[in-house]
Design a protein around this ligand. Structure first.
Ligand SMILES: NC(=O)c1ccc[n+]([C@@H]2O[C@H](COP(=O)([O-])OP(=O)(O)OC[C@H]3O[C@@H](n4cnc5c(N)ncnc54)[C@H](O)[C@@H]3O)[C@@H](O)[C@H]2O)c1
Length: 271
């Protein structure tokens, strides 16, 4: 059976749309037709549409959804808008690929899942670490039982001085949190994927803001300490009903030797 190209639109014309999604989607032009892009910063949408050959630009995504009826929508906005944009796109009849973290609280994620179910449309999130070749290789060992029972994981997403100097990553109101929801969430997702998503029993954690309030230049550009309103590090411990446990360590700024560590250690009773 032969299918036509998938008509894809983007909501949000920022950095991740520009450097990741649009270059990749435009290479898939045998399967994907880029039909529109919406951003209240219309000049961003116009700039990217001319660079990637997209015919339609909008300041308002609802207008884009009703006039184009895309098959699939990529949600690439700051975190605060993930849920509302995703629910609108699902209800208008599009499948949705939403950037991580899914949303800024559990209630919003629930609304997204309900909208996906009611619309009968696919909702997926950009947890791309699962699809790295080393993660796929390790998952095969996990699934074949070679590691035995996995009873402990240590998920690490630490940066020494890696506060993003662009966008709204340091703004709690818009992002919902700092390193925990920005980079910690990737390693947490990878750990849960490897552990086959056991049911959490309890979570205990501490979050700090000890360094980011002090100076404004790091390895990922400058930031304004006065406007820094998210945690700069967070450390948590999760117990699961199946007896397994997980430690998560994450930071944008931490006094440590390495510049950055993105790592997952998986401990089974056989390997
Ligand atoms: N998967 C990854 O590893 C990864 C990496 C970087 C960013 N991200 C995620 O991508 C998202 C965007 O990050 P970014 O770095 O591109 O940020 P950014 O600030 O560069 O871009 C966000 C864009 O969204 C636009 N926007 C704001 N409100 C909007 C709305 N209501 N409708 C449409 N557009 C709106 C802004 O004008 C801006 O152009 C975030 O959720 C972030 O967590 C994921």
């Amino acid at each position: 059976m032969k299918f036509g190209r998938l008509r894809v639109a983007l909501i949000g014309a920022g950095q991740i749309a520009e450097v990741t999604h649009l270059p990749v989607l435009s290479e898939m032009n045998d399967r994907v037709e880029l039909v529109g892009i919406a951003d209240p910063a219309v000049e961003r949408a116009v700039m990217l549409s001319s660079r990637f050959g997209i015919d339609n630009t909008f300041g308002d995504y609802d207008e884009m959804l009703s006039s184009l009826n895309p098959d699939a929508v990529f949600v690439c906005t700051p975190n605060k808008f993930h849920s509302s944009a995703t629910v609108s796109a699902l209800r208008s009849g599009s499948h949705v690929f939403c950037e991580k973290p899914p949303a800024i609280n559990a209630r919003e994620v629930q609304e997204m899942m309900v909208a996906s179910k009611e619309a009968g449309k696919i909702l997926s999130f950009n947890f791309h670490y699962r699809f790295r070749s080393e993660a796929i290789a390790i998952k095969k060992f996990v699934d074949s039982g070679d590691l035995g029972e996995i009873y402990f994981c240590e998920a690490t997403a630490l940066r020494r001085r890696g506060i993003p100097g662009w966008g709204s990553f340091t703004n709690k109101e818009i992002q919902g949190g700092g390193p925990l929801v920005d980079i910690g969430v990737h390693m947490l997702d990878l750990a849960l994927h490897m552990m086959k998503f056991p049911q959490p029993k309890s979570v205990t954690a501490s979050a700090y803001c000890k360094i980011a309030k002090r100076n404004g230049v790091g390895l990922m550009g400058g930031w304004d300490p006065e406007k820094y309103s998210v945690e700069d590090s967070a450390f948590g411990f999760v117990r699961f009903h199946n007896g397994a446990s997980l430690i998560l360590k994450t930071s944008f700024a931490l006094n440590m030797k390495d510049r950055s560590i993105m790592n997952l250690q998986i401990f089974g009773d056989r390997a």
